[in-house]
Ligand binder design. Structure first.
Ligand code: MN
Length: 314
């Protein structure tokens, strides 16, 4: 059932044990939102656990100092920034399929999988979580402010993407006023690359392909590149931003090898192309400028399927 913020706040107030879930291959928004909610609920004296399919990327570890799970079994399960049950990842899905009580999300392509669903069209899930925490009556301290700022900065590409609104900046301003260290956070997230990630980026960019008169740029990240660079999935959530940066490109595609004959596709678009429309045709979804899906086949087959779909939108 779709609900509004007041109802979500009521549900959070009514329960005492919480299990908060992020999506697989977590980014700053799903982690920042989940952690902020975790710390806010704990401030209300509730017992809280956090779970994610994958380990937390190094660049977000500075948010986890106080993230120590309470010990209990069953709780009220809340998913943050999870657009689809399958995005929980195979392990968490096995554990929590059909048991998620509340989903807080900002993807308009959200496929309902929880008892109660709160979806708002905001740049980041953290904008919604901020409203929730305010309505819960929890005082936002530096720790919570840092978490929420991380989410908002991540999902807007540090306030550069077109999803950035007046509300996004107002939320960020408020969080900075409450102690969020914006400069330090932005340096850590946007201005720092590990050596292994820098090597991966070089390898991937060297194979960049241009299609459809330069309107589409496609880049592959293969298992071989991961091995050669020493990088891995946990540090390359920013890589899919690269193909769209090239002048004249309307659709930037990143094809990332997940398993044998299975590829994760990230689509980033410039106006007027709808990334969500492209990915929805391939069984995925997301936002108008940034979406994703998974396609099976050999690398050549996958590239052809994706490019044929992109072509329809150009
Ligand atoms: Mn998000």
């Amino acid at each position: 059932m779709m609900i509004n913020i007041s109802k979500a706040v009521q549900l959070l107030k009514e329960n005492d044990y919480f299990i908060i879930l992020s999506h697989q291959n977590p980014d700053g928004d799903t982690l920042g939102g989940a952690f902020a909610l975790f710390f806010a609920l704990r401030k209300l004296g509730k017992k809280v656990k956090f779970e994610c399919e994958n380990s937390i990327p190094k660049k977000y570890e500075f948010l986890t100092d106080a993230l120590i799970n309470d010990a209990f079994d069953d709780g009220y399960v809340v998913a943050v920034d999870v657009a689809d049950e399958k995005l929980l990842g195979d392990g968490l899905r096995k554990k929590y399929a059909g048991k998620v009580c509340l989903a807080v999300d900002h993807h308009l392509s959200h496929r309902e999988f929880s008892d109660f669903t709160l979806v708002e069209n905001k740049a980041a899930a953290c904008e919604i979580v901020l409203s929730i925490i305010e309505k819960l009556g929890v005082e936002i301290d530096k720790q919570i402010a840092d978490c929420l700022y991380v989410g908002i900065a991540t999902d807007t590409g540090c306030f550069r993407y077109t999803n950035t609104t007046e509300n996004t900046h107002l939320c960020a301003a408020k969080l900075i006023g409450l102690g969020a260290e914006s400069g330090r956070i932005n340096t850590a997230i946007f201005e720092t690359k590990t050596k292994t990630y820098a090597a991966l980026e070089r390898l991937a960019l060297s194979g960049l392909e241009m299609h459809f008169d330069g309107r589409c740029a496609l880049m592959c990240v293969t298992e071989k590149m991961f091995k050669e660079s020493g990088s891995d999935e946990t540090e390359c959530d920013g890589i899919s931003a690269l193909p769209r940066q090239i002048e004249g490109v309307l659709v930037g595609v990143t094809v990332r090898e997940k398993a044998e004959n299975e590829y994760k596709i990230s689509v980033r678009t410039n106006e007027p192309v709808d990334a969500c429309e492209i990915c929805a045709k391939l069984g995925g979804g997301g936002h108008v400028r940034a979406s994703g899906c998974t396609v099976k086949g050999t690398l050549d087959e996958v590239k052809k399927i994706v490019l044929d779909t992109v072509k329809e939108s150009l």
